[in-house]
Design a protein around this ligand. Structure first.
Ligand code: C2E
Ligand code: CA
Ligand code: CA
Length: 664
């Protein structure tokens, strides 16, 4: 026996006389420091030396290690003692012991643990496991006596509380909520609620279940409380709630937040006889900044505008971002109109001050539209629509202006601007669909292609035809985005059909304005790449008017389009100049004879026949549009026109019906 061990033996000699097992555990070194004879028996150790040489940390679980460290701390800070049921496996057979732990200073001053096993519990596996589970679970379990004093805490509960002796009622951050829980316990014997509690690590959200029971030792009424930490879930919930109500870029409330806020505010307004205003703010020419300096710069600008707006309005006013470059301010007051008159200059000025983004100094002016509650509407949607209309009027007046809504605004111009605004949103909400009109091979009567035609699936009005919205999209510049969308969809559709064994050629309409826009090639390339379509199976339809004039840039562009593999058709031929010279000058592959031309065949017969024979000479393919009757089809066939489309065969169809037609 080493000198050291002999010294220990001497020091603890008296304890050897005890019949109950006692040992001292060195927490730091994870070894038994000393054990009496009875303990050697429990540990199944031949000698003290052997027991002390065992490395108890070797296969100690993480949770046991943590628990030991905490015990040590509890011994040091408040001389705690614990009773626990412990399971040991000295000879690979479990022994269950009631062990009492208390702090014990070693000669070198370190805090060790005196362990005293005072009664052997029965070794039933059931109870062994339940005890073990209680010790290792992350659920905090505490037994309180009827007055709230703790009788027992499992390790997880001990680790969590601020003070081991803390009574139940002191744990709740909101004492009132805590009382509510206890009242329900009184009423029904059990209750569960998620509440904020004080813990050693600060405030946490715990799901707390309380249940009336009896203390197994005294037989008296007690309360069993189990708690699970749900703070992480709470945080995620709060975060999700925040995200749902806020715009992630600027951190401003979003549309749904203002809507909710408005509904609540209106209640108070009515009682307090107050007014409210919705100010719709849109940045002028914001798109140009996005296009020229990039989206990051655009975003930075929006963030700055948001900051300035928030700084400008009064504390009680709400600034929100609706999306894009649209902001909304909700003001409440006794006389909001004069309040707005007072701040309008300031609002416009703050927004228009230069902003530095992407190493550039940029300036944007705002256009503002105002609608007033209760005069211009009493519900949020109406007020928003009217504020939006007023904003468009401000834009029409030359931008950088503010307009109050009035009923006179609902004139034709207004309907048009409203439609424009609606279209813009329809594009964002992806309300546009593509219908396909079959193109028929005349000799065989088979479907060989399709023309893609845009449709607007309006949430209230249903399906809106192209004639209604295409002209507005063209004049407002929306056609570029819409066109890109339609082209992509058509390219995808072509690829999908081809994959299913129908390698049809698909034709997409192109407005003159799209050809003048710099991004056309980029949009086409992107659409093709994303869909993986064979470009040779796609055609673009342009009208004759597009080709007017002698624009060398246009020629270059058409050649570049051709280089992508796309072919070009001349649409609506016969309605305009019917200038055959274009057909030679530009890279055009197909001619589409307009429906009015087909439908008034008699009057136009000589010209029509000439066109067809010219096309044959020039090796252009010809498509007859708007074939509605068998007579028209007969004429088409008689003149060797190889392809046609029209109601005689099919109207433009949604993709699903188109496929059904192919199958038939
Ligand atoms: P379009 O290019 O001449 O398209 C043919 C139009 O004639 C389609 O009208 C089609 O539904 C209609 N049609 C087809 N067969 C018959 C027939 O037998 N009888 C009669 N009476 N009409 C027939 P839709 O779809 O209303 O389109 C109208 C115009 O809107 C198109 O004329 C085209 O110029 C334009 N458009 C449609 N979709 C787009 C698009 O995605 N982009 C562009 N830029 N313009 C489009
Ligand atoms: Ca067309
Ligand atoms: Ca046409």
């Amino acid at each position: 026996m080493s000198f050291d061990l002999r010294a220990r033996q001497q020091r603890y000699e008296a304890l050897d006389l005890l019949t109950s097992p006692v040992w001292i555990f060195d927490i730091d070194q994870r070894r038994v420091h000393w054990a009496n004879r009875a303990a050697l028996g429990v540990w199944n150790a031949p000698t003290l030396e052997e027991l002390c040489s065992r490395d108890m940390g070797a296969d100690m679980s993480e949770s046991v290690a943590r628990r030991l460290a905490q015990y040590q701390n509890d011994f040091i800070t408040h001389g705690a003692t614990f009773n626990e049921q412990w399971t040991l496996y000295p000879a690979a057979r479990p022994i269950s012991l009631n062990v009492r732990f208390s702090g014990h200073r070693l000669l070198d001053g370190r805090m060790a643990m005196l362990c005293e096993a005072f009664a052997q519990a029965q070794n039933e596996p059931e109870s062994l496991r339940s005890v073990d589970a209680l010790l290792h679970t992350a659920v905090m379990i505490t037994l309180y006596c009827r007055n709230g004093r703790p009788l027992y805490r499992n390790p997880a509960a001990r680790e969590s509380v601020r003070d081991l002796a803390e009574p139940l009622q002191d744990r709740f951050v909101d004492p009132q909520a805590g009382l509510g829980l206890l009242e329900r316990l009184d009423e029904s014997g059990a209750a569960t609620q998620t509440l904020a509690v004080h813990t050693a690590a600060g405030r946490s959200w715990h799901e707390i279940s309380v249940r009336r029971c009896r203390d197994a030792v005294t037989g008296q009424d007690a309360v069993l409380v189990s708690e699970a930490d749900v703070s992480a879930i709470k945080r995620t919930e709060a975060h999700a709630q925040f995200l749902a109500q806020h715009d992630s870029l600027t951190g401003l409330p979003n549309r749904s937040h203002v809507m909710q806020h408005f509904a609540e505010a209106v209640e108070t307004l009515r009682q307090a006889d107050q007014e409210a205003a919705l100010i719709f703010l849109d940045l002028d020419h914001f798109k140009d900044i996005n296009d020229t300096l990039g989206h990051a710069a655009g975003d930075a600008l929006l963030v700055e505008v948001a900051r300035r707006l928030r700084r400008t309005v009064r504390g009680g006013d709400l600034v929100a971002r609706l999306g894009g470059d649209e902001f909304l301010i909700l003001m409440v007051g006794a006389d909001v109109r004069s309040e707005i008159e007072r701040v309008r200059g300031q609002l416009m000025y703050t927004v228009a001050e230069p902003v530095f983004v992407a190493a550039h100094e940029v300036r944007v002016t705002p256009s503002l539209g105002v609608s007033l509650y209760p005069y211009d509407g009493t519900d949020f949607e109406t007020l928003l629509r009217h504020a939006d209309l007023a904003m468009y009027t401000a834009k029409e007046r030359g931008r950088n202006d503010l307009a109050f809504y009035h009923q006179g605004m609902s004139n034709a111009v207004l309907i048009r601007t409203a439609l424009e605004a609606e279209l813009r949103r329809a594009l964002e909400r992806q309300e546009f669909e593509v219908f396909y009109q079959p193109i028929i091979d005349v000799p065989t009567g088979r479907v060989v292609g399709a023309e893609a035609l845009a449709r607007w699936r309006h949430p209230e009005r249903g399906l809106v035809p192209a004639d209604v919205f295409i002209p507005v999209c063209e004049s407002s510049g929306l056609i570029q985005a819409l066109g890109a969308h339609i082209f992509s969809a058509a390219a995808r559709q072509q690829a999908q059909w081809a994959a299913a064994g129908h390698d049809l050629h698909v034709s997409v309409n192109l407005s003159a304005r799209q050809l003048r826009h710099g991004e056309l090639l980029r949009d086409l390339r992107r659409g093709l790449a994303q869909a993986g379509t064979n470009p040779l199976r796609l055609q673009l339809e342009i009208t004759e008017s597009t080709l007017l004039g002698q624009d060398p840039a246009l020629m270059t562009l058409l050649r570049e389009i051709e280089a992508l593999g796309l072919s070009i058709a001349l649409d609506d031929f016969g309605t305009g100049y019917s200038n055959l010279a274009y057909l030679q000058r530009f890279p055009i592959k197909t001619l589409k004879i307009d429906k009015t031309f087909i439908q008034s065949i008699d009057a136009n017969r000589p010209l029509a026949e000439m066109i067809v024979s010219m096309c044959r000479l020039m090796k252009l393919s010809v498509v007859a549009e708007g074939v509605e009757t068998t007579e028209q089809l007969d004429w088409v066939r008689a003149h060797g026109i190889e392809q046609c489309q029209g109601y005689l065969f099919a109207r433009p169809l949604p993709p699903g019906e188109f496929v059904a037609l192919l199958a038939a």
